[in-house]
Design a protein around this ligand. Structure first.
Ligand code: ATP
Ligand code: MG
Length: 293
């Protein structure tokens, strides 16, 4: 299977005419479940390659990579992070989850809390939810916006457009500074979400995953889909693409995300640092010293 083709289908770089309707949450790019073992192998290959590239990313210490993961509940954010990152060196990866903001966070602009968590050079940073919630859950529940302590004259009907502009500029700034930005929307169907919630209710080992707010938010399904679509329309850019990843089949979600991360790292043309003549001489001397022990 051509991985490039696989990625292209889900990568949105020019959001303007994006429509969620064109994306099927159950899509598996023609790989049916009989080919699952092959997909597993592909995932394992992807994870291995990711690990190799991460090593160079850290050694070179110039680029950083920010991965943003957004989705409806039960779309598999946690499992995807766990599987895709299974082979990488934990010292080079930072995972951050963003829930409703704290009192301290509400005393700042909305980019403050996530900015503090940006990956340093040589690292991969993962945002499990992100500042994009500011145009999703906040857009759907006006009460949340009211709690944000913004000066009244600044809250107008243009606020979402303004937020998209600011986010675009912010991501532009990051990429111009060597922090690549790749964003994932794990696209789950309403039907599959119900199935997964039921499973959480029925299976005692999964009860802990269930939260009463899950079923509450589900009632706003349509509003969320519209907000996601509008968000992708306004913020999918060549330098900071969105991947709309089919999420009804977990094995496929993981495969696409792993390949997209590999692709982003490959795009950096990473190289181990070259050692200078003087440094080489020092290495030779150290070698000599060890041999003489
Ligand atoms: P899981 O359910 O797997 O633990 P989760 O990301 O759904 O993961 P929850 O604690 O269930 O975690 O939900 C976090 C909630 O915080 C989400 O409903 C999300 O919309 C909300 N949230 C995140 N960022 C903001 C924000 N800036 N303002 C208000 N709510 C936010
Ligand atoms: Mg949740």
């Amino acid at each position: 299977m051509k991985i490039e083709k696989l990625l292209k289908r889900y990568r949105i770089e020019h959001g303007k005419h994006f429509s969620l309707k064109d994306h099927d949450p159950a899509d598996t790019h023609g790989l049916d479940s009989e080919l699952k073992p092959q997909a597993k192998e592909l995932l394992a290959d992807g994870v291995k390659e990711l690990s190799r590239l991460q090593d160079i990313l850290a050694a070179q210490d110039r680029w950083g990579l920010l991965l943003i993961i957004q989705a409806m509940d039960a779309a598999g954010k946690d499992g995807t992070i766990k599987h895709v990152m299974s082979g990488v060196n934990p010292q080079g990866v930072d995972v951050w989850s963003f829930k409703g903001p704290s009192a301290e966070e509400l005393n700042h602009d909305y980019l403050w809390r996530t900015t503090k968590c940006l990956p340093e050079r040589g690292h991969i940073g993962i945002f499990n939810r992100s500042y994009y919630e500011e145009a999703l859950v906040v857009r759907i529940h006006p009460q949340i916006l009211e709690n944000e302590k913004l000066p009244k004259p600044l809250v107008t009907k243009h606020i979402w457009q303004e937020r998209f502009e600011d986010i675009n500029n912010f991501e532009r700034h990051l990429t111009r500074n060597g922090i690549a930005v790749v964003k994932f929307f794990l696209h789950l169907s309403r039907k599959e979400q119900k199935r997964r919630f039921m499973e959480r209710l029925d299976n005692p080992d999964k009860n802990w995953k269930y939260s009463s707010s899950d079923v509450k938010e589900r009632q706003f399904w349509e509003a969320y889909q519209e907000a996601y679509e509008d968000m992708i329309r306004h913020t999918a850019k060549e330098h900071a693409p969105w991947y709309v990843v089919p999420a009804d089949n977990k094995w496929f979600t993981r495969l696409v995300v792993a390949q997209a991360v590999v692709d982003a790292l490959k795009g950096m043309n990473l190289k181990y640092p070259k050692v200078s003549g003087a440094e080489k001489a020092a290495l030779a001397q150290a070698r000599q010293q060890l041999e003489n022990e």
